[in-house]
Design a protein around this ligand. Structure first.
Ligand code: TMP
Length: 213
């Protein structure tokens, strides 16, 4: 079972992935937690290039190809083998992120990005996607708080310095995708209490995991 977690910066997805992992531990179910960009040695190198503030002059096309390149490696090296071994894959961002960020916020053509996603994934799509929706102000405040507590200095992360309007477009983009793919994407309000959200996810996802096994 392939489960992806999506949302704007600071939506709470990373916390919820870790909670989901602990929950699967209690059930004795095999799983991996991975992320994009990243998830492989090559992917993590690509992630550094993408998020470094040194690279703020990167062309948007270069950026698009790097996300796709990281995904291609991730699919081949991590996701496909894990699924073949009947592991549950919990992935922090995947193809929907490229649609929300590169299509709806950056302005790339939807059909083109779908084709590139298809190329990178060989058509593999998640079984379930959890989209954490929250107002941009809430997400950005959380993300900035996290950066300060983690590093005590400005994190080299280009996306968290984009203007508010950019993040609004990402949020709207995700909601558009969720509307189109409502059989796969579950939208969860990201402002609720973390334990309530976790319970909501378990109630929705666990029966599907059991049904598949
Ligand atoms: P993260 O901070 O959630 O790990 O994500 C890293 C950044 O990369 C985040 O700002 C979203 C962005 N991103 C894209 O723009 N396109 C993509 O396809 C992916 C996977 C991430």
């Amino acid at each position: 079972m392939f489960i992806t977690f999506e949302g704007i910066e600071g939506c709470g997805k990373t916390t919820q992935i870790n909670l989901m992992g602990s929950f699967l531990d209690t059930k004795g179910l095999p799983y991996i937690i991975t992320r994009e960009p990243g998830g492989t040695e090559i992917g993590e190198e690509i992630r550094k290039i993408l998020l470094s503030s040194k690279n703020k002059d990167m062309s948007l096309t270069t950026e698009l190809f790097l996300y796709i390149a990281s995904r291609a490696q991730h699919i081949k090296e991590v996701i496909k083998p894990a699924l073949a071994n009947k592991k549950i894959v919990l992935c922090d961002r995947f193809s929907d992120a490229t649609i929300a960020y590169q299509v709806y916020a950056r302005g790339f053509d939807l059909k083109l990005v779908k084709k590139l996603n298809q190329l990178a994934t060989y058509g593999l799509t998640p079984d379930i996607t959890i989209l954490f929706d929250c107002p941009v102000d809430v997400g950005l405040t959380r993300a900035m708080g996290r950066i300060r507590s983690e590093t005590n200095q400005a994190k080299e992360d280009r996306f968290e310095r984009e203007d508010r309007n950019f993040h609004e477009k990402v949020r709207e983009g995700y909601l558009k995708v969720a509307k189109k793919k409502n059989e796969r994407i579950i939208v969860i309000g990201g402002t609720k209490d973390r334990d309530i959200i976790h319970q909501e996810i378990c109630n929705t996802v666990f029966p599907k995991i059991i049904a598949e096994r």
